[in-house]
Ligand binder design. Structure first.
Ligand SMILES: [Zn+2]
Length: 314
């Protein structure tokens, strides 16, 4: 964890007077926090209802407020032990005023886990946490992937195939989506050679999920999936204006997925479309809906590539 602190300080352009560091993870004491979630439940054929519920997530939190001296550095450490075999899945660290975080993967197996965090903040921190070339490669790979996704959604023969065999309604749209995912994941298998899903851990849910929902009829929610359950990351009103956002959850997902902010740009485009145009009603509308989302995501990664002075990707 010292790399985390130094990295964040490097990101900070202006030298701050003080920093607050918060570490959250599962605790020995099993302090728990209730997260508001929602799930979609089918009440009868073709009609879904969004249902609110709460889930208790074990959290451990320590907050450190560090005053930075004019010269010199701030150092320290803190450790704790947690009993039990279950592997913690919710663990985040964040600095005030900085959106970054890192997730430390806890050890698996054994009967307990030891955590140590240490920090070393100052001008002379000599632990670069990541090779910048690695960053460039990661972003470039995301761009290549999104380009393949866009190309697949633009493929007219795929749309024709789905319409011909499954019709131009909900069934056609869902079979079409599966076929797009199959093609993309065959081109980009995951590290184990398995087909990789398209953003399966994030979703934009309209409160109304049938295709008769028109513009202004739903207040979308961007959700993220933890252990199969969806939690609200951002909620919007029926004009598409942000009503609430969960910063802790955002930090959590940022640590899980380094494409998180790009994916949020994608999902926010869906929010705009759902509130201004309503739910897609045909295969063409579905494809264009996704194309608009992925274009936003692509722009995000291209901006990242430029900010990090990486070689451009076409
Ligand atoms: Zn999408």
């Amino acid at each position: 964890m010292p790399e985390f602190a130094s990295q964040l300080l490097q990101m900070y352009q202006n030298t701050p007077d003080s920093l607050s560091l918060t570490i959250k993870g599962p605790a020995e004491a099993r302090m728990s926090e209730k997260l508001e979630g929602f799930r979609l439940k089918q009440v009868k054929k073709g009609v879904c209802k969004a249902e609110s519920y709460e889930k208790t997530v074990p959290l451990f939190a320590i907050g450190l407020h560090l005053d930075l001296p004019e010269s010199g550095s701030v150092q320290g450490s803190h450790d704790w032990y947690t009993e039990g075999k279950s592997v913690p899945t919710y663990f985040s660290a964040s600095f005030s005023n900085i959106g970054g975080m890192i997730k430390e993967k806890p050890a698996t197996g054994g009967s307990g886990v030891n955590y140590t965090i240490s920090w070393n903040i100052g001008e002379d921190v000599n632990q670069p946490w990541e090779d910048p070339d690695d960053d460039c490669e990661k972003i470039s790979n995301k761009i290549k992937w999104v380009n393949k996704v866009l190309e697949t959604y633009k493929d007219e023969t795929l749309r024709d195939w789905a319409r011909k065999f499954h019709g131009d309604g909900r069934k056609g749209m869902s079979e079409y989506q599966k076929e797009v995912e199959r093609e993309v994941s065959e081109a980009f298998p995951d590290t184990k050679g398995n087909p990789a899903g398209i953003h399966s851990e994030f979703q934009t849910n309209p409160n109304c999920t049938t295709d008769d929902c028109g513009a202004g009829e739903n207040a979308p929610v961007i959700g993220g999936i933890i252990d199969g359950e969806s939690f609200s990351i951002m909620e919007f009103d029926s004009d598409g204006d942000l009503v609430s956002a969960d910063d802790d959850l955002m930090n959590y997902f940022r640590g899980q997925n380094d494409g998180f902010d790009g994916i949020m740009d994608h999902e926010k485009q869906h929010v705009d479309d759902l509130t201004s145009m309503g739910y897609p009603k045909s295969i063409d509308e579905w494809a264009e809906f996704e194309i608009r989302g992925f274009k936003q995501e692509l722009e995000h990664y291209k901006r990242q590539l430029m900010e990090k002075d990486c070689e451009p990707v076409f």
